[in-house]
Structure formats: structure tokens, C-alpha cells
Design a protein around this ligand. Structure first.
Ligand code: SDX
Length: 427
């Protein structure tokens, strides 16, 4: 788009370049607006603000489209693997067989964690929420891997990236084993990334653990669907933390902390708990009414999205996968029937239709994770495990961007104006 955006503030005109991407909305480059007008723009939830330039993921919220480096998420979920999608997110192109084998082998060889890291777990109560453990242990990685914290060294950035992607499943599995009082299980290098995670999570040393290919395939698909998602809250947290030059382990720990919120990655745990609380379809109207009640803070968990004003394409894949996986595992979970009934009722209700609230990635994922054997408090850990590669890819893109500056938003100040201090005996 050629024309500039024109602004007239207090009778003083100013113009700003309009920049087009390859697809998606144009942006108005307002970097000089404050200098030109003395005013800030105001957009607390970033509803109309592009915080960066990126080539990794594109979402068309109206069409319900999600592309990773141009490839549609449904094609990747059906035809690719989490390791291949990880390579794609990090490098921008699908790998050759040799490139994928080399990448997978590199990741495999970083899956062990420093043996002293296991001591951190001893400090947590056994009933600690696994996300609390993830925040703590991932942040502590920077205390062990000093040789990959210099963000200005591309080789150190690469090693830190591989370490994070490789060790996050090991740490997630350790968090689960610790919560059930079982010993930690070491990685096995002859297993796939996802098969290794399943064995480290569910195996006990007293017997051999066979990876179920049905579960491995379902888990790998879930990892693909959660790998990256443009500039969501946790990715923006990682970018903002990284913009100060913080080391990558600390940045990913910040992303994990943000993801934990029930409005974000914590919604998968909240959604399954909600579906279980609803119990039977006859109670759905009661919860729909609560979701619509302005005076009730209750929201339909797993519904709605800042960007998708149509179906979340990931929810479509997960909805189908839920039926497939439960059938293949020979499991029947009444919660799935409740979820489907709830979706049908909500999508006919004017409140949800008018506000364009559709099921999102968190609405069906919990049914599958529960069928695989995870407790609900592990659901967001699995989201964080998968999203680590997206965070790492976005962090690398930001660090390599020559235009990158420390993120430092301004504010609309509505507090007290200047006033003099009054000693306590005069107040
Ligand atoms: C994820 O950003 C990403 O990409 C995130 C994510 C990723 O992959 O990284 O996709 C993962 O976080 C998915 C979202 C998971 N969260 C939930 O399922 C929690 C329930 N959903 C909501 O809290 C909400 O929909 C958000 C947080 C997801 C989006 O919130 P927005 O964009 O800020 O929208 P809003 O809160 O301003 O809601 C708009 C209106 C409001 O009504 P009004 O004030 O206009 O009258 O819709 C209503 C809201 O009350 N609304 C809901 C609702 N979601 C929005 N009402 C009932 N139930 C809901 N779920």
C-alpha cells in the first residue's frame, strides 16, 4: 500500500508509512508518532497493535487459517511429525530426510539433564502443581548451562535452542513422575522424541515400557497443534524478556509462567474440569446461562479467541482426533459427548454467535490427554512442552532482527499530580 496514514492531532498534521506484509493486515508504522505529536497510542490488550515483524506463523482469524512457514496446520497435523514441524519453525523450510535425521539426532543427544538438576525437585511438595515445577526448573537451567547463555553468539544460541527443545520433555516427565512418587526415568536414544517422552513419563523401573503407537501418534499430533501461534501472550512474554538480553532459559521460563494463566494455556485444564463439573448434557443450559451472565465471572473454558472469529483450525483437528483416539484405545468418556453437545448448543446461541465465540485449541485437547492417562494438572505442562519450540523460534527471530530494541511500552497516567511530602505528625 503506497499512501501514508494521515493524522491530525490538535490541528497539527502528521503522516505515517503504511507497510504491507506478504499476507494479512497492513501496519501503520507509528514509531515516530510520539516525537511528531507528543501523544502515545493506547492499546492495553494489543487488540490493534503489531508488536513485531515475523515470518514464522500466520493466522487468519476470520477464515480460521493457521500457517506455519506457509504450510496449513491441518496438513502438518495429518502428514508431518513434531520433529519435522520443529525443524520447519526454526529454519523456515521443510527438511530433507538427511536434514531431519541430523536434527532429530542432535535433539536426542541433548535430552538428558544435568544430574544435579534432579535435586531441585526434592524441594517441591509432591502435590505441587507441575506448572510451578516447570517454571522453577526451566528457569534453573541457566544455572547449569552457562556455556550457552551468550545471546550474541549464534553458536551458543543454537546449542541453547537445542537444549531447551530436547530437555523440556525430560523435565515435564520428571515433574509427573515426582508427583506420583516414582523414580525418574532416563531418556532412551532409540525412541522418537514423543515416544521417549511417553516412556519417561509413564514407565516404572520394575518393568519394560512399550510405547503404544496409537498414543505416540496422538501425542505427536497434539504437540504439532500446540507448537506455535504467532504473537500470543506467552510468546510476547518470551520476546519482551528476550529484548532485554536475558538468557534463553530465563525467557522460556517467563513464557511458561504466562502460559499457565487460565485465559491462555491453563484453559485446557480448566476446560476439562468445567466439562466434568457439567457432567451430563442436561446441565449445559445452566452453564451457558452463567457464561452469558455479565455479573458472573464464569466463562466457557475452551471457547473464544482474540484472533479466531471463526473455528480454531486446531480445534477442528482435535475434535476429530478425540473420536479417533478414544475409539482406537477402546475408551468411552462421557465428557466427549458433553463437549459435543455443549458445542452444538453454544454455536446456535445468539450470545456466542454474535460475539463469534467458537471452540479453541483447549476445548477438545483435554479429552484426548485424559484418555492417554494424564491428570488435568499436566495438561498445561504438555502445552508448554510443545510451545517451547515456537517460543525458541520466535526468540531466535527477535534476537537476529537488526531492528530489535528493548521493549519498553509507555502508559496513560491517571494517578496523582505532583504534591509535596507531608511528615507523619502533620497528616
Ligand atoms: C489460548 O492468543 C493465542 O493465540 C492463544 C492460544 C495459543 O495457541 O497461544 O490460541 C491459546 O490461549 C486459547 C484461548 C484459551 N482460553 C480460554 O478458552 C478461556 C476462555 N476464553 C476467554 O477468556 C477469551 O475468549 C479469550 C481470553 C480467549 C479471548 O479474550 P478477548 O479476545 O480479550 O475477548 P474478550 O475477553 O474481550 O471477550 C469479548 C466478549 C466479552 O463480552 P463483552 O464484554 O464484549 O460483552 O466475549 C465474551 C466476553 O465476556 N467472551 C466470553 C468468552 N470469551 C469471550 N463469554 C463467555 N465465555 C467465553 N469463553
Amino acid at each position: 500500500m503506497g499512501d501514508n496514514a494521515k493524522l491530525d492531532l490538535g490541528g497539527k498534521p502528521s503522516e505515517y508509512p503504511v507497510v504491507s506484509g506478504t499476507i494479512g493486515p497492513d501496519v501503520i508504522d507509528i514509531r515516530k508518532l510520539y516525537a511528531a505529536t507528543g501523544a502515545f497510542t493506547f492499546d492495553p490488550g494489543f487488540t490493534s497493535t503489531a508488536a513485531c515483524e515475523s515470518a514464522i506463523t500466520y493466522i487468519d482469524g476470520d477464515e480460521g487459517v493457521l500457517l506455519h512457514r506457509g504450510y496449513p496446520i491441518d496438513q502438518l497435523a495429518e502428514q508431518s511429525s513434531f520433529m519435522e514441524v520443529s525443524y520447519l519453525l526454526l529454519n523456515g523450510e521443510l527438511p530433507s530426510k538427511a536434514e531431519l535425521d541430523k536434527f532429530s539426532n542432535t535433539i536426542t543427544r541433548h535430552t538428558m539433564v544435568h544430574e544435579q538438576l534432579a535435586q531441585f525437585f526434592r524441594g517441591f511438595r509432591r502435590d505441587a502443581h507441575p506448572m510451578a515445577i516447570m517454571c522453577g526448573v526451566v528457569g534453573a537451567l541457566s544455572a547449569f548451562y552457562h556455556d550457552s547463555t551468550d545471546i550474541n553468539d549464534p553458536q551458543q544460541r543454537l546449542i541453547a535452542s537445542h537444549r531447551l527443545i530436547a530437555k523440556i520433555p525430560t523435565i515435564a516427565a520428571m515433574a509427573y513422575q515426582y508427583s506420583v512418587g516414582r523414580p525418574f526415568v532416563f531418556p532412551k536414544n532409540d525412541l522418537s522424541y514423543t515416544g521417549n517422552f511417553l516412556r519417561m513419563t509413564f514407565a516404572n523401573p520394575a518393568e519394560e515400557y512399550e510405547v503404544d503407537p496409537i498414543v505416540e501418534d496422538a501425542m505427536d499430533k497434539i504437540f504439532i497443534l500446540h507448537a506455535d501461534h504467532e504473537q500470543n501472550a506467552s510468546t510476547s512474554t518470551v520476546r519482551l524478556a528476550g529484548s532485554s538480553g536475558a538468557n534463553p532459559f530465563a525467557c522460556i521460563a517467563a513464557g511458561i509462567a504466562c502460559l499457565w494463566g487460565p485465559a491462555h494455556g491453563g484453559a485446557n485444564e480448566a476446560a476439562l474440569n468445567m466439562l466434568r463439573e457439567i457432567g451430563t448434557p442436561d446441565r449445559i443450559p445452566e452453564f451457558i446461562a452463567r457464561a452469558k451472565n455479565k455479573d458472573d465471572p464464569f466463562r466457557l473454558m475452551g471457547f473464544g479467541h482474540r484472533v479466531y472469529k471463526n473455528f480454531d483450525p486446531r480445534a477442528k483437528v482435535l475434535s476429530k482426533a478425540a473420536t479417533d483416539v478414544l475409539n482406537k484405545l477402546g475408551k468411552n468418556d462421557p465428557v466427549l459427548d458433553t463437549a459435543r453437545e455443549l458445542e452444538q448448543i453454544a454455536l446456535k446461541d445468539p450470545y456466542f454467535v454474535d460475539k463469534k465465540l467458537y471452540p479453541n485449541v483447549d476445548f477438545y485437547s483435554g479429552v484426548i490427554l485424559s484418555a492417554i492417562g494424564f491428570p488435568t494438572n499436566m495438561f498445561t505442562v504438555l502445552f508448554a512442552l510443545a510451545r517451547t519450540v515456537g517460543w525458541v523460534a520466535q526468540w531466535n527471530e527477535m534476537i537476529s532482527d537488526p531492528q530489535q530494541k528493548i521493549g519498553r511500552p509507555r502508559q496513560l497516567y491517571t494517578g496523582a499530580t505532583k504534591r509535596d511530602y507531608v511528615p507523619v505528625d502533620k497528616r
